[in-house]
Write a protein that binds this ligand. Structure first.
Ligand code: HEM
Length: 332
């Protein structure tokens, strides 16, 4: 009896240990860990931080795209730097419409060059994307969190996969929750990570349907968007005008803060996907709790959710490779 209980307990323990791997689809035998480079390249994180601080001091508007790059990398085929690969026939992830507005690829190359000089062939591009996202956020006033490292780089990048797995800005709350769940992320991760929209800019084209043709039947505007804000947006984003840029968190789009939740609660979130956070009790409760501040808790949550996102379908151990040049696989 005691023996069979021991066997059941051992099986249960094993199940507990492999469950995260099943959820996240981890392809290697090794988990990520903090300080993965501490022996092989102890300066890896400080070099990355130095380069990013230099860049953001001159071009703070790059913090947004560098954070977004990590999200777009992780959601398509996991955090494997597949977002960085070039395709001569324009069929890679970066050629997919949602990625055409990504910027900052040359910054990743700059970090990679610095790391290759210090420790050739050691630091993966996938880890660089993760570290850069953290440092870009911290450089504009956001939190610092410990980044798990040990990711390896993938060798496949597909335009079609990017189109099907990146959430569109017009999604409703159920679709957003489903897409996040498919990546092992919770309701809380969704509402916390959406606050990445506290920094950066958007093209009018990403939300213009909310202004002029939200309903296909009678061309009305999105009733969930605050009317005063709607009017402001309409003066900037005209119906047939050029595809201009707007600040996503007007007035503080270069500062990482918790102001996003005040915007969303006042029905001033720019995208349908931001407004949708009010349509689920759990995500709405988070928005309401944080609308008057609570920076410390939000910053802590953001770090935790970024770590969670950074675990999506990672390649570790002997899987994948450490690319020499981030935009191409080693065999080319
Ligand atoms: C929840 C689903 C999400 C949707 C539907 C979404 C959609 C978008 C769209 C349409 C843009 C504007 C692109 C443009 O017109 O230039 C954008 C920008 C941005 N997104 Fe998201 N996003 C989502 C989640 C996230 C997450 C999880 C993060 C990071 C944690 C993030 C960070 C950003 C940042 C920083 C920008 C500004 C980029 C810049 O300044 O160029 N987004 N997002």
């Amino acid at each position: 009896m005691a023996n069979s209980l021991r066997v059941i307990f051992t099986l249960f323990l094993h199940l507990l240990m492999i469950t995260p791997f099943i959820i996240h689809g981890v392809s290697g035998h090794y988990a990520l860990n903090i300080g993965f480079y501490s022996e092989l390249c102890p300066q890896a994180e400080s070099i990355t931080k130095r380069v990013i601080n230099e860049v953001i001091a001159i071009a703070p508007s790059l913090s947004g795209p560098l954070l977004r790059m990590f999200f777009h990398d992780c959601f398509v085929r996991g955090c494997d730097a597949s977002i960085l690969l070039n395709s001569p026939i324009k069929q890679a992830e970066k050629d997919a419409t949602p990625n055409l507005t990504l910027r900052g690829f040359q910054i990743i190359d700059r970090v990679k060059d610095a790391l290759e000089q210090a420790c050739p062939g050691i630091v993966s591009c996938a880890d660089i994307v993760a570290l850069v996202a953290r440092d870009a956020v911290a450089a504009v006033g956001g939190p610092h969190w410990e980044v798990e490292t040990g990711r390896r780089d993938g060798i496949i990048s597909s335009l079609n996969e990017a189109l099907t797995t990146l959430p569109s800005s017009s999604l409703n709350i159920n679709s957003l929750i489903t897409m996040f769940q498919q990546k092992g992320l919770t309701h809380k991760d969704l509402v916390v990570l959406s606050a990445g929209h506290t920094i950066g800019i958007s093209h009018c084209s990403s939300f213009i349907n909310r202004l002029y043709n939200f309903s296909v039947i009678d061309n009305t505007s999105d009733p969930t968007l605050d009317s005063e804000y709607m009017d402001k947006l309409k003066t900037r984003c005209t119906k047939d005008g050029p595809n201009v840029l707007v600040e996503m968190d007007p007035g503080s789009f270069r500062t990482f803060d918790e102001h996003y939740y005040e915007l969303v609660s006042k029905r001033r979130g720019l995208f349908r996907s931001d407004a949708a956070l009010l349509d689920n009790p759990e995500t709405k409760a988070y928005v309401e709790t944080h609308r008057y501040g609570n920076r410390e808790a939000f910053f802590r949550d953001f770090g935790v959710s970024m770590v969670n996102m950074g675990r999506i379908e990672v390649l570790t151990g002997n899987f994948g490779e450490v690319r020499k040049i981030c935009s191409k696989v080693n065999s080319l």
